[in-house]
Design a protein around this ligand. Structure first.
Ligand code: DAH
Length: 331
């Protein structure tokens, strides 16, 4: 009978050595040694034919063997589980395993543009400030000398919010108003940020980016704004530009001009600029007899398109990885 214990143990050991000790194979061994058809079970049945005094001893013997078999099987299950855990751990801790490649990210071209623009202005002694994207008509239009019901207001194709007198700013010139009310003249600020207009084609997006620049001082001039605007564009684009200033109209500047630059054989409109209108200074509480101001506003998306040779603005917002992958940190 003790032979059974030995045989059972040998079978378990053989499975283990073969790397095949699993709950399933152990179930099979268990039913072979402890199941209804097992030798042990037959022995129990045979007890009926024994004399009562022998039966007691035989029963004791059989119980000892049964307990032995049960403990072999129980140990086998534990061993199988441990083997499985060890195998998993060995895999997790295999320091020689080949690593899975992580997709490499890069900064968005517009983020590059923002970073570079902020750097240029900071190096020129400007403070970089921001303002709210949700505005009211006062900051977006009236404080900037737009007469009420002026056609320029509809030209701006404004997104009005459902809340009364709330709109998405159509230009970063709004930050001029906040800055003039908050800062002590003289000051120079650059204010990059998102702006919104109902407009959508290859060169217009309903959300785009501008950087506004404003200087308020006692003696700044139109010559200064022309120089600074051009210098800024040339520094960002990294080359000398063929350019022209065209007389233009903006309610908040007088005189006003637009800057076009030659790109290939085309003129491209890039920025508006001018001397801050005295009404705008007055409205913000700045002594317009003592101080003058100049300002310009440039499209950041346009600048980035020129720098990276992008012909359709919309690719900047579609976020296709294949497109974005081209812009690594060294750009
Ligand atoms: N705010 C104007 C626009 O979005 C651009 C602009 C023109 C800004 C002239 C200025 C400026 O500061 O002086 O079309």
């Amino acid at each position: 009978m003790n032979n059974l214990l030995q045989l059972c143990q040998e079978e378990v050991d053989a499975l283990h050595t073969a790397g095949n000790l699993t709950p399933h194979t152990i179930d099979q061994v268990k039913s072979k040694y402890l199941g209804k058809q097992s030798e042990l079970s037959k022995q129990y049945q045979g007890m009926r034919d024994l004399a009562p005094d022998q039966r007691k001893d035989a029963g004791k013997q059989l119980n000892i063997v049964r307990q032995g078999l049960e403990s072999i099987i129980k140990e086998a299950y534990i061993l199988a589980e441990q083997t499985e855990i060890n195998a998993e751990l060995a895999q997790a801790l295999d320091v020689t395993a080949k690593g899975r490649p992580l997709p490499e990210g890069s900064l968005h071209p517009l983020t590059h543009a923002y970073n570079e623009i902020n750097k240029i202005f900071t190096q020129m002694g400007f403070s970089v400030v921001t303002g709210p994207e949700v505005e009211d008509a006062y900051h977006n239009f009236y404080a900037l000398n737009f007469p009420e019901n002026h056609p320029a207001i509809t030209m701006h194709d404004t997104f009005h919010l459902t809340e009364e007198d709330r709109l998405l700013r159509t230009h970063t010139s709004t930050v001029q108003v906040h800055a003039m009310k908050k800062l002590q003249a003289p000051f120079r600020i650059a204010t990059p940020g998102r702006v919104y207009r109902c407009d959508h084609d290859a060169t217009h997006s309903p959300m785009f980016n501008q950087v506004e620049c404003m200087v308020v001082s006692e003696n700044c001039s139109f010559a200064n704004v022309k120089w600074l605007l051009l210098k800024f564009c040339e520094t960002y684009l990294g080359k000398e530009l063929a350019y022209r200033f065209r007389p233009s109209f903006f309610p908040f500047t007088e005189p006003s001009a637009e800057l076009d630059i030659k790109w290939g054989d085309q003129w491209m409109e890039l920025a508006g600029c001018g001397m801050v209108h005295p009404n705008v200074l007055k409205e913000a509480g700045i002594d317009h007899n003592k101080y003058r101001g100049f300002a310009f506003g440039v499209g950041i998306d346009r600048l980035a398109m020129l720098k990276y040779n992008i012909s359709d603005l919309r690719v900047l917002y579609e976020n296709h990885v294949e497109f974005l992958k081209q812009f690594n940190a060294s750009l």
